[in-house]
Design a binder for this molecule. Sequence first.
Ligand code: TPU
Ligand code: MG
Length: 564
Amino acid sequence: KRFTVGDYLAERLASIGIRHHFVVPGDYNLVLLDKLQAHPDLTEIGCANELNCSLAAEGYARANGVSVCVVTFSVGAISAFNGTGSAYSENLPLILVSGGPNTNDAGQHHILHHTLGHGGEYSYQYEMAQKITCCAVAIARAEEAPRLIDRAIRHALLARKPCYIEIPTNLAGAACVRPGPVSAVIDPVVSDNAALEAAGKCAAEYLSGKLKPVILVGPKLRRSGGAEAELVKLAEAMGCAVAVQPAAKGMFPEDHPQFVGIFWGQVGTGAADAMVAWADALICVGTVFNDYSTVGWTAMPDIPLMVAEMDHVTFPGAHFSRVRMGEFLASLSTQVTKNDSTMIEYGRLKPDPVMIHTASRNDLLTRKEIIRQVQAILGKDTTLFVETGDSWFNGVQMTLPRGAQFEIEMQWGHIGWSIPAAFGYALRHPERRTVVMVGDGSFQVTAQEVSQMVRYKVPITILLINNRGYTIEVEIHDGSYNRIKNWNYALLMEVFNGGDGVAKGLKADTAGELADAIQVAAETRDGPTLVECTIDQDDCSRELITWGHFVAAANARPPREGQA
Ligand SMILES: Cc1ncc(Cn2nnc(CCOP(=O)(O)OP(=O)(O)O)c2C)c(N)n1
Ligand SMILES: [Mg+2]
């Protein structure tokens, strides 16, 4: 049996740990899909559209570390660019593979279907892909396939960013040599010893004489290849307070005695805001200060920072390249001296835990009651997905027990991400209990992927919070455009079951109905359970209102002199 370009790609994908490939077929990629399907370690997962396909791959990469999405040319890839953008901004190595035109059509002024129809160059997709990936390759001759496929995959794994591979429809089945050792593609770059040593000395200087050091954890701690264990070791060697950014929730154990809360300005939790403001030294690990995580630029640390990134460390007045985050944190934890002054201060600042009153069964459902009931089901095997919307604020307020995981897409913030992303994640982690909190507006964007959860029997609990509209937008800036058509969401499961599914759609208008629905979902292991939770349109978190005000103010800043 001839070994082909498609077999080469399949072998590489399997050898870097991918077990599921997300696809939407199209006549530019069918031969390629046959080759991928033929690989014993790969399972083909069909998606309802390419936006969901790319977002499912984004979620899979959160679980698996790397993922692949395979689409057809132009009409497919341009939709998949959106999930690729999410992977780029969320630092996830998603491999976007697109079928491409037959190599005999390039430069012949042949007008091809699915394309822009100008009969000109077909490189426009590859050029667009270069903007949203760390490496884009378009294979023009089969002999180039090994070099280009390996280059794209290695770049993605090293940079923790998506890559793009275009394979013409008539090359997927062309003869190709077999791949060489996979270590050539996966072996990581290690720190430069001299730089590692110098960075350690600089850190000791930065910390010496400081009375109130605090560690601030950001989302790139995990995305950089998981230095989470080293971070706990460093924290315990220092004995200092650890605050966590909202997009990094769950990346430091929240039951750890040194965890002081989510640092999100006035809408953070615990004593994080006060502790970060009080610190005289901040060790930032994988932090991202964007407009949303700084509450419209109002919550920015105002002291000189030490910042540890995936492959470099910076201090006030110093920068060290090729210092890997994990190795740096590990070496630092052998040099620092214990200083628990911040934990003493935390003892004074620590707010009392917020006790939520338990509603009676017949009480109309409220946002607080939903939080209380979801908090009660969080366990070491739970992964909670929170969608853009008031779900961000509801989820951030919760306390994660040891082992519980939290997934949020706060940089890209694509409404609807949570449905396909949770689907992709749960396929890779069937042993975990995946729970989604998603608003009605977001749900309407990618609802089709619930039918794939039914098809592949993926037991996800979807808590659809129906507050009749785009409430997060209402709190930023209201208008008619924030109103949406209400659906009968619970009935959708009848539609998605299509006569042969067994998934359940339940409505929860009261506290009791939610409790019953959560119980049913917990017992349902052969498919998703959709629970439509109806709450009042104005029942939103105080944090969202505060945050929305400052984000609106940031959006409204007048143009600078000469910009108008
Ligand atoms: C793809 C995409 N398009 C538009 C937006 C802007 N946007 N952000 N949040 C929303 C509304 C979210 O509404 P829901 O999901 O109902 O959430 P709630 O805030 O809980 O009501 C929009 C329309 C967005 N974030 N992503
Ligand atoms: Mg809503």
